[in-house]
Design a protein around this ligand. Structure first.
Ligand SMILES: CC(C)(COP(=O)(O)OP(=O)(O)OC[C@H]1O[C@@H](n2cnc3c(N)ncnc32)[C@H](O)[C@@H]1OP(=O)(O)O)[C@@H](O)C(=O)NCCC(=O)NCCS
Length: 232
């Protein structure tokens, strides 16, 4: 795919987003109590239900930053945004706004990642790749036959990295479709198992690092010509 991929840049206060663009925002997950004022009651209740304080704080930090980012495009106050949720929990802007501005959010460890498009479905995933993890057990549980074969065909030293590459792509693609665990089609297919940017006739998938030890993937169901990356 011939497209412009920018380095991570400082964004303007109100970034312009064209129909052929995807904007990717990376931001450190920094919690402060004052951020809770940006969230709505449903979000605050969800934060309260998260028993592990770090998880609750990461949730608040990510939702607050997401609201600030989206508000920058829409020229409104972050706390005025309203979300609605797909059947499997995918958040989107409420009141028909999802056709104007679509987004997807992911967070892992110290980083958050958000993709924004002009109404085109989008999915992102980010994973910290240096955490202790029995990745072969996870692959046995979640990967399709195709995906497991690809992993097993790779040499041992590369296998862990390849696992995360497939995992993040699969998650980004599932999140793009909005289905998650409930989606009956969980196999990303052979076209997406090699290369950093792949296409299967509908979905474009792209892998990229976000920071040291953090790998991410983006999924969009149409060609785009400009992938703009912002430091949020
Ligand atoms: C929620 C889910 C979609 C992603 O979970 P995760 O990897 O733990 O978390 P991520 O940081 O990537 O994404 C979480 C964010 O995705 C968004 N999200 C939630 N449900 C979503 C859905 N069904 N579709 C798209 N996005 C969703 C939310 O913004 C959520 O963050 P928030 O609730 O804090 O706002 C997950 O539960 C899931 O179903 N994953 C795919 C299932 C699977 O088969 N995974 C293994 C194969 S690789």
């Amino acid at each position: 795919m011939a497209f412009v991929l920018t380095s991570w840049q400082t964004p303007p206060a109100h970034p312009d987003l064209a129909g052929h663009e995807v904007h990717l925002w990376r931001f450190p997950l920094v919690y402060h109590q004052s951020l809770e004022a940006l969230l709505d009651e449903q979000e605050l209740q969800r934060a309260r239900r998260l028993r592990v304080p770090q998880k609750a704080q990461a949730f608040v930090a990510a939702r607050a930053r997401l609201r600030q980012i989206l508000a920058g495009y829409l020229g409104c106050a972050p706390e005025s945004l309203r979300f609605e949720y797909g059947a499997a929990g995918k958040p989107m802007l409420a009141g028909g706004m999802a056709d104007t501005l679509a987004f997807n959010l992911a967070h892992s460890g110290r980083w958050g990642l958000c993709a924004v498009t002009k109404g085109v479905e989008v999915g992102v995933d980010i994973e910290r790749v240096d955490k202790p993890l029995d990745f072969e057990k996870l692959a046995a549980g979640f990967f399709s036959r195709n995906e497991r074969d690809r992993l097993e065909a790779s040499g041992r030293p590369r296998r862990r990295r390849l696992f995360f590459r497939i995992w993040t792509r699969k998650e980004a693609w599932l999140k793009g479709k909005g289905g998650g665990f409930s989606d009956p089609d969980q196999d990303i297919g052979p076209a997406h198992l090699a290369g950093t940017c792949t296409h299967d006739g509908t979905w474009w998938l792209r892998s990229f690092p976000v920071a040291r030890h953090y790998l991410a993937a983006l999924a969009v169901p149409q060609e785009f010509s400009h992938l703009q990356r912002w430091n949020g």
